[in-house]
Structures are given as C-alpha cells and as structure tokens.
Design a protein around this ligand. Structure first.
Ligand code: ADP
Ligand code: MG
Length: 202
C-alpha cells in the first residue's frame, strides 16, 4: 500500500502544496486532476521520492516505475537496450515480450530517434511495466498525441494495468482520460485534498 501524507511543500518562500493525504491499494488507479501550475508534477515527485524536501511522509514500495510526460529514452541505445539497461534482471525473451506487448516487436534494433512520438511513448510505457512495478507513477503520459494515438495509448495502458495490477497514480488534465482509467480522483485546487470516488466525476 502507498500512503501519502504531505503536510506542506514550498519552493523557497513560495508554498505549493498543503495537507494532502491519501492511500492507494494495489490494483487501484488514482487520477490527479487540476489546473496547470497547481502542483501536480510536484506532488508526483514527492510521492516518487525524487524530491525529498517537504514536510510530511510518504511510504512507497521499492519496485516503482515512473513514466514521464516526455519519453526519457536513451537516444544512443537501441530500443531493446532501452528496456534491458533499466531492467538488467530480464532475460532477452522477457525484453522481447515487453516490446511485443506494446507493438514494437519488430523495432528492437532501431534507435529511439527512428521511432514516431507515439512509438516512443509506447516504449516508455513498456519500460515502465517491464519490471512488474508495485507502484506506477505517470505524469500526463498522453499529452500532445493525436486523438487516435492517445486513444490507443489509453487502451494499452488499461490492458497493462489490469495485467500487472500495480497501484497507479497518474496526472492528467483530461477528465475523459481520468474517468476511463481511474478508480479514484484527487483534485488539486489549492485547498486540502483527499480522494474522492470516481462516480463524483461523471
Ligand atoms: P503542475 O504540474 O500542476 O502544472 P508543477 O508542480 O509543475 O505544477 O508546479 C507548481 C508550481 O511550482 C508552479 O508555480 C511552478 O512554477 C513551481 N515550481 C515547479 N518546480 C519548481 C522548482 N524546481 N523550483 C521552483 N518552483 C517550481
Ligand atoms: Mg505538470
């Protein structure tokens, strides 16, 4: 289980987050919604442990994967290596299986720069899921994709989540996306925030 208790987070003298408390169980998906600049990415960094400078506590499992808004791929390594270097414990066939799950089976020897943006996003997703994470964190994973590609990514993500059953926390500004993937919604609006069940969104 993931337990988030953020009392306060500031950048210098500027307060960003206050009183945010929630728990996430395995298999649950929390969508964090809110306007630009409200602190969604900041909250994800606190949850992931990337930024330890805040008041409060977060307990998280060790096996965690993060999928960023822009694919953070190793451009000078092959598609295959982009998964295997992050997951050295995986066999060659497990890496190929992870690529095949996202429709990139025949791209293993290419470099990321030779993939379309949608394919790069799929590679990021494959890399995230390849280690069977207990916690999956995604920051606007479907932005700046055309509608069809975004829809394919959503379907793929739904499938990988239901297969892997991590606790998932993801940021979006799209209520349709949130309604489709999330079991719970956390809305940031500058006030203390707690989880609401998904039905309140619709
Ligand atoms: P969101 O993801 O909701 O758009 P962010 O978490 O990126 O919001 O940012 C929240 C606020 O904190 C913004 O005002 C942003 O400018 C500020 N901020 C984000 N990162 C930093 C940083 N490293 N240093 C100072 N201010 C920051
Ligand atoms: Mg952000």
């Amino acid at each position: 289980m993931i337990s988030v208790d953020v009392r306060s987070k500031s950048y210098g003298d500027v307060p960003v987050l206050q009183d945010i408390q929630f728990d996430v169980e395995q298999g649950q998906t929390v969508a964090i919604l809110g306007p630009s600049g409200i602190g969604k990415s900041t909250l994800l960094r606190l949850i992931a442990g990337i930024d330890p400078k805040f008041e409060g506590t977060v307990s998280r499992p060790k096996n965690m994967a993060i999928v960023f808004q822009e694919p953070t791929l190793l451009l000078w390594r092959s598609v295959f290596d982009n998964i295997q270097l992050i997951h050295p414990e995986l066999s060659e066939s497990a890496v190929r299986e992870a690529l095949s799950e996202v429709g990139l089976a025949d791209k293993a020897d290419l470099f990321p720069g030779q993939l379309s943006l949608g394919q790069q996003r799929r590679l990021s997703l494959a890399r995230g899921f390849a280690g069977n994470p207990d916690l999956l964190i995604m920051d606007e994973p479907f932005v700046s994709l055309d509608e069809k590609t975004a829809d394919e990514m959503l379907t793929l993500t739904e499938r990988l989540i239901s297969k892997t059953q991590p606790a998932t926390i993801f940021v979006t500004h799209d209520t349709t996306e949130a309604a489709r993937l999330a079991t719970q919604i956390l809305t940031l609006d500058g006030q203390p925030a707690t989880l609401k069940i998904k039905e309140t969104l619709k």
